[in-house]
Design a binder for this molecule. Structure first.
Ligand code: DDH
Length: 290
């Protein structure tokens, strides 16, 4: 007797909203780091997408290749095992979601829940294989400056404007000595999305920290830091133009960041794979409770 084929579950936007909500729910577990897994989830979304190479279409968020040791062990991905393990608890509840969709939605939920702009997002990524993993060296090196940033981000298809806007994500989170070797947060509110990265970069006095770690800058209070690659944004004339704009206008930063981050999360995903022709706006938990 023929066994009736199980009907394939086709998730709706509501189902993805449930995943979003489950991610929002775990952000403040265990009083992790500065009180939230948000920043490290944003970094997971970015590093799973920023490997894209427009020249051959390889990399990007489609196949979630950071699941494989050959990519998970890249120096730039140190510490992201924490983010992957945390979001795995959501995957257990919603096993039908692909890792690429889960990790990018993690970035969206984290930004939105940390008071950032809405990030248009849609599902459709599929899980790939170890052979799809990207070679090391595709993500930016924090000890390097403008030329390097252009090489890395132009390869993804971004321009100078996008480089500066996306770098504003460093309003969030911190550097960890045991991950990157660098140390400290960029802003005084590392779990709230703001344009503070730009105002601090423009208005504070930054000096080289004297210590036994890698070259990094510190502010007057010696609590905040900038990477050499962050500082490059005010040393380069073209970049600095946008730093000034964003330092003066948080709304403009939010609007541009939303656009570029959304684009970043779709790198490497064939358009035909997306389940909808336009990205969706997922609701924040705040909106759902009011
Ligand atoms: Fe970043 N980033 N990032 N970054 N990043 C680090 C942490 C975080 C660079 C290097 C580092 C982006 C761009 C760049 C976030 C988001 C984004 C750390 C510290 C280094 C180093 C890691 C650690 O020790 O734990 C460099 C270089 C660049 C560049 O040249 C442009 C972008 C584009 C984003 C983004 O999301 C759009 C976030 C969030 C963190 C904080 C993570 C955490 O655990 O906290």
């Amino acid at each position: 007797q023929a066994v009736k084929a199980a009907t394939k579950f086709t998730p709706t936007k509501d189902d993805y909203q449930k995943v979003y909500n489950a991610i929002a729910d775990i952000l403040e577990d265990n009083d992790y780091d500065d009180g939230s897994y948000g920043p490290v989830l944003v970094r997971l979304a970015w590093h799973s997408s920023g490997t894209y190479d427009k020249n051959d279409g390889s990399g990007g968020s489609n196949y979630a290749t950071m699941r494989f040791p050959s990519e998970a062990t890249h120096g730039a991905n140190a510490g992201l095992d924490v983010a992957r393990a945390k979001i795995e608890t959501v995957k257990e509840k919603f096993p039908w979601i692909s890792y690429g969709d889960l990790w990018t939605l993690g970035g969206v939920a984290a930004i939105q829940e940390m008071q950032g702009p809405k990030i248009p997002w849609r599902p459709g990524r599929i899980d790939g294989y170890a052979k799809d993993a990207t070679p090391d060296g595709r993500l930016p090196d924090a000890s390097k400056v403008a030329d390097h940033l252009r090489t890395i981000f132009y390869r993804m298809g971004f321009d100078d404007h996008a480089i500066v806007a996306l770098s504003g994500a460093h309003a969030l989170g911190r550097c960890h000595r045991n991950r990157s070797g660098f140390d400290g947060p960029w802003t005084f509110s590392p779990t709230t999305f703001t344009n503070d990265f730009f105002t601090l970069l423009m208005n504070d006095k930054w000096t080289w920290r004297k210590w036994d770690g890698p070259r990094q800058l510190q502010d007057k209070t010696k609590t905040l830091m900038m990477l050499p690659s962050d500082f490059a944004l005010v040393q380069d004339k073209e970049f600095k133009k946008w730093v000034k704009v964003y330092a003066a206008d948080q709304d403009k930063f939010f609007a541009d960041f939303s656009l570029y981050f959304s684009e970043l999360l779709e790198l490497g995903v064939p358009r035909a794979q997306f389940v909808s022709s336009e990205p969706w706006i997922m609701k924040s938990t705040e909106e759902q409770s009011s």
